[in-house]
Design a protein around this ligand. Sequence first.
Ligand SMILES: [Zn+2]
Ligand SMILES: [Zn+2]
Length: 300
Amino acid sequence: MPPVYRNPPTDPAKTALRRSSLRMAYDLVLAVALLAVATIPVVVLASWITWIASIFLSLLGIGMLVLAFQFPGVADCPGCRKKMYGLSLGGDNIGHQCEGCGLFVSSDQGQVMPMPEHWSAIIPAFGVVVDATPGDPPEICCVCTAPATRKLPVLKDKKPYLDMPHCADHHDGARVGKYGDQDVVRVRSLAFARAWAATRGHEIVGNNRNADKDRGIPPIPWLHGLVSFGILAFGVSVHALLGWAEASGSPIVGNALMVLLYAIFGKKVLAGIFVCIGTFALHGFVMRFGAVMRVRLGIG
Ligand SMILES: [Zn+2]
Ligand SMILES: [Zn+2]
């Protein structure tokens, strides 16, 4: 008996989901860089305020580390064959949208396929980008597309934003978020999102989409990085200056708020405030730099 070979699936609507070692390595390096930035406040100037900042920033770095392990997957889009990064290897990836052709996908057992139009996601995953006047959504349930029997308010900043149609069996089918400077209403039903977008000419976006990136590769904010270092250096200088003034017995004068903070908390905490602000800004710069370079390297 000759051995039985089984060919890989040839269904053109399915593509293989695999691990991108390059993407994973990149995200791990970025996480390590963020963890290194997190140590700056305590290394530069140890006090309770810098410890709080360092611990908080470390948690953000650990979050990046977790993301590197959680979303290392890549697959060719079943529609246009553009590479889709940031996929979960074990998850269903519902709500992930191709940045090339706009196709929504889902995955199962190592294969990526177009998301069936009639499916509902467990969480609101299909975004309809709305402007200041969202208009009336279609009169069907935003979870299952059955005829709507009631409207339930969706909140934005804890205030009612929009009444969303639901059937008697479903609730909590929509959520409001941001896509760049526009609002996006995410719903559980892809068919509902399409129907609403079609009547209003709205854009539909997946939960992986980012308005900045969709407008083209954003520039690296070098000025932001420079200002971060400036604030950090200012904090260190304030500490040195106050130390010198204390040692030489010189009077401490200047900005009333700064003098008050110095009188209450002392020089370490006052200078630490600037060190913390500078480090938070630097953290933001590294995040942004990492995201832009990921796109430029073609792995994001
Ligand atoms: Zn595509
Ligand atoms: Zn329903």
